[in-house]
Write a protein that binds this ligand. Structure first.
Ligand SMILES: [Zn+2]
Length: 399
C-alpha cells in the first residue's frame, strides 16, 4: 500500500503526477511535478475560450482548428516527443472534434487548479478503473500559472450549461440565447419570427403561453430588448465602477471590520437556529410522554428538527470559513468588479459581454425588464460594507 499513499500525498500537495502534461502546459525540466505554460498550445487554448464566449459552438471551434492546421492534443504531444526523430512527419491533417474542444473548455487546469485522482483501481487484483465521487478527488488550487482568467473560465462554464439547455444544432447562438425568462411564470421566453411583406420581425414571447396557452400573451421585439439591456447595463457598469472606486478610497481596516460584523451577525443567527432546533428536539420527547403527539408525529418531527439543525450547523461552518478567508485576503473578493470595468463605455452588446456580466433577463407583462447581473449578491454586500464603513448607517447591522 506504500506506493499508493505516497501518490496520494503528492496529489494533495498539488504535485503533477501524470505522465504527460495536458495541452497548454509542459513539464518543468527542473521539476517534473510542476507544470509550465507551453506558449504555443496555451495560445490555442486561449483562442478556444475566446471563441466559446463569442457564442461559437464546440463543433465550429473544432472545424476552425482543423482548418487552421492546428495539431490536436494527441498529435501535438507526439510531435513534441519525436522532435529529434528524423523519421517523424506531421500527419497530413490533424482533425479536431467537439469532444476534444469540450474537454479543454471544461478543464480547470487552465485556471491553475489540479484535479487528480479522479479514477482508482478498486484493488490490485482488479485492474478495472473506477471513477471516484468528486469529493474524493485531490483538488488543489494555485498549482501553476493559469492560462485562462478565472472569470472567463466561469463564464465559459456558464455558457456550456446554457448550451445544453438551448442549442439545437451546432450553429452560433443568438445574443440572449438561454437567458431570457418570463417574469410572470418564470418559464423561458422564446423567439418568434413574424414575416411581413417588407421585413421580418422577431419577438420574444412566453413559451408557456405560445405552446399551451398558460401564462399571459406578452411579447417584446428583440431590438427593443437589445436597447433596454444596453442602456441598463451601461448604467450598471458605471455603478459598479463607482462603487469599486469608492471602496479603493475607503480604509481597508474599516471595510474589513464591517464585513466581519456582518458575518458575525449571520453566524449568531445560525447559532440561534441551532439552539432553537435543539430545544425543540428536547421538548419533543416530553410531548410524546404527555400524549400531546403520537409515535408517528414524534418520528416525523424528530426528523424535521434534526435536519434543520444539521443544515444550520453546516451553514454556520461555511460562514466561519468565510470569516477566516475574509481575514486572509480581503480585496480578492472584489476581483469580479474588473469584469465590469473591462466593458466600460460599450456602445453595443455582444454575446461575450452578455454572458460575462448577466445572469438572466426577465420580461414582465407590462413590458418591464429586470436584469439579474452576475455577482449581484456581492454588489449588495460590498455596498453595505461601504455604507457601514462610512458610518452612514450607524448602528444598523443589515445582515
Ligand atoms: Zn410566462
Amino acid at each position: 500500500m506504500k506506493t499508493r499513499s505516497q501518490l496520494e500525498i503528492k496529489r494533495q500537495r498539488g504535485d503533477f503526477i501524470g505522465s504527460f502534461a495536458v495541452f497548454g502546459y509542459r513539464k518543468d525540466p527542473e521539476n517534473r511535478h510542476r507544470l509550465l505554460v507551453d506558449e504555443y498550445a496555451a495560445g490555442v487554448v486561449r483562442d478556444m475560450f475566446k471563441w466559446k464566449l463569442e457564442g461559437i459552438s464546440a463543433g465550429d471551434i473544432a472545424d476552425r482548428l482543423t482548418a487552421a492546421g492546428i495539431p490536436t492534443p494527441m498529435d501535438y504531444k507526439r510531435s513534441q516527443g519525436m522532435r529529434y526523430s528524423t523519421s517523424f512527419r506531421l500527419k497530413e491533417e490533424s482533425v479536431w472534434d467537439a469532444g476534444m474542444v469540450l474537454r479543454i473548455l471544461k478543464n480547470p487546469v487552465y485556471i491553475g487548479v489540479l484535479e487528480q485522482g479522479r479514477v482508482t483501481t478498486p484493488s490490485y487484483r482488479v485492474k478495472r478503473l473506477v471513477v471516484k465521487p468528486r469529493e474524493e478527488w485531490a483538488v488543489v488550487e494555485n498549482c501553476h500559472e493559469p492560462v485562462i482568467d478565472r472569470y472567463d473560465f466561469e463564464s465559459v462554464q456558464k455558457v456550456l450549461a446554457l448550451d445544453t439547455r438551448t442549442s439545437v444544432s451546432g450553429k452560433a447562438v443568438e445574443l440572449f440565447s438561454g437567458m431570457v425568462y418570463c417574469g410572470e411564470c418564470g418559464g423561458a421566453m422564446i423567439r418568434k419570427t413574424v414575416p411581413t411583406a417588407k421585413k421580418k420581425y422577431v419577438y420574444y414571447v412566453c413559451a408557456a403561453h405560445k405552446n399551451e396557452k398558460r401564462c399571459f400573451s406578452h411579447s417584446m421585439r428583440v431590438e427593443t430588448l437589445d436597447e433596454i439591456v444596453l442602456d441598463a447595463l451601461r448604467r450598471y457598469i458605471q455603478d459598479v465602477i463607482n462603487l469599486s472606486d469608492l471602496l479603493e478610497l475607503t480604509d481597508t481596516a474599516q471595510l474589513q471590520q464591517a464585513g466581519m460584523r456582518k458575518l458575525q451577525g449571520r453566524l449568531e443567527k445560525k447559532r440561534e437556529e441551532i439552539d432553537r432546533n435543539q430545544a425543540l428536539l428536547r421538548s419533543l420527547y416530553e410531548s410524546l410522554a404527555d400524549g400531546v403527539i403520537d409515535r408517528d408525529e414524534y418520528q416525523d418531527l424528530k426528523k424535521t428538527y434534526s435536519r434543520r439543525r444539521a443544515e444550520a450547523e453546516e451553514q454556520a461552518e461555511a460562514i466561519q470559513e468565510e470569516m477566516s478567508r475574509e481575514m486572509g485576503n480581503f480585496s480578492e473578493g472584489r476581483g469580479w468588479m474588473e469584469q465590469f470595468r473591462k466593458h466600460q463605455n460599450i456602445d453595443a452588446l455582444d454575446r461575450t459581454i452578455i454572458v460575462s456580466l448577466i445572469e438572466r433577463i426577465l420580461i414582465f407583462r407590462d413590458r418591464r425588464v429586470e436584469i439579474v447581473y452576475r455577482w449581484h449578491d456581492e454588489f449588495h454586500w460590498q455596498m453595505d460594507l461601504l455604507r457601514q464603513a462610512q458610518g452612514t448607517l450607524p448602528g444598523r447591522e443589515a445582515v
